[in-house]
Design a protein around this ligand. Structure first.
Ligand SMILES: [Zn+2]
Length: 66
């Protein structure tokens, strides 16, 4: 019945990753990341397409402007 109010660090999958100098939002699926990319392109009136790639540090996806 007890709630875990103090999840142990290191066992909890973070929602963001540090990649180089910045942290990146993690998306659990490729479809979710691609949808977020389209939204970001629209919101920021971007002329370049955002891509998605699978993170090398965990089972999730990130956006990339490359
Ligand atoms: Zn990651």
């Amino acid at each position: 019945m007890a709630q875990n109010k103090h999840p142990k660090y290191g066992f909890y999958e973070p929602e963001r990753c540090w990649v180089g100098e910045t942290h990146k939002i993690c998306y659990s699926t490729k479809e979710e990341a691609e949808l977020a990319a389209r939204v970001a392109e629209y919101d920021h009136h971007m002329t370049t397409k955002l891509g998605v790639y699978k993170c090398e540090y965990g089972d999730h996806w990130h956006l990339t402007a490359a």
